[in-house]
Ligand binder design. Structure first.
Ligand code: HPA
Length: 241
């Protein structure tokens, strides 16, 4: 069974034929919301809204450990995580879908590992390639099949939020090599790796990052383009399954 984590603008997945919901408790506390089970193209899928149903959880308030644990507990074979991002690189225009291939983590203070505490031996998981190569290829092929244009690769910079960034912060991130900026990609990807779940990220560019292109004075969210992006995400998921 494949898991889909929905981000901002995707608290529900309209293409999912829902069969049931299940409240799950974990040793790490409560996930963002109940898990929703259903089918897409007759394939079983489990869905969770990262920010909760009412988008009530800020990026630093999300219990990433509980969310990933809950999915692991259902025996999922992969996670496709949807996230909304700001575009830094000039081709990351609002409305674009991006399948990043690398991460820089600028977040802090989040519960970011399962391997801590006296009763857990420390394990240093490999994170050279933070996203699962096979699942990424599947997402890229689904893009081709569905005709949804994708940017194939890019570096995702994860900031702490909930505020947006300053121009200087985005300049620094661009100098570091970040192409898109979001607030929820970490520690989610690393926790999935710790539990051995293949994880791929599908990002919808909802705005130019601070100081990029037309956001010289303030960040403008391109709502119409973002909505189109979310429709495209769903077409792509249908092609994926
Ligand atoms: N910065 C950080 N996170 C985001 C942005 C942004 O500009 N847009 C959407 N998520």
């Amino acid at each position: 069974m494949l898991a889909i984590i929905g981000g901002s603008g995707l608290a529900q997945l309209p293409i999912l034929e829902i069969t049931h919901r299940q409240v799950v408790r974990t040793p790490y506390g409560d996930p963002s919301c109940a898990l929703t089970f259903g089918r897409i193209n007759s394939e079983n899928v489990v869905f969770i809204a990262r920010h909760g149903y009412g988008h009530s959880l800020a990026p630093h308030e999300i219990n990433y450990r509980a969310n990933i644990w809950a999915l692991h507990n259902q025996g999922v074979r992969g996670i496709v995580a949807i996230g909304s991002v700001g575009g830094i690189r000039p081709d990351m225009t609002p409305g674009t879908l991006v399948v990043p291939d690398d991460i820089i983590d600028y977040s802090w203070g989040r519960q970011h590992t399962y391997f801590e505490g006296l009763d857990h031996p420390v394990v240093h998981v490999d994170f050279t390639l933070p996203y699962d190569a096979t699942l990424r290829q599947r997402v890229l092929r689904a893009g081709e099949k569905s005709g949804v244009p994708l940017v194939r690769g890019g570096v995702y910079g994860c900031t702490q939020g909930p505020r947006l960034e300053s121009r200087a912060e985005i300049r620094r991130m661009a100098n570091d090599g970040a192409d898109i900026v979001g607030m929820t990609g970490m520690p989610e990807a690393a926790l999935a790796r710790e539990l051995g779940i293949p994880y791929a990220h599908l990002c919808v560019v909802s705005n130019w990052a601070a100081g990029c292109m037309d956001s010289a004075e303030s960040v403008l969210f391109a709502e119409g383009l973002r909505e189109q992006g979310i429709k495209n995400v769903q077409s792509l998921i249908i092609a994926l399954l």
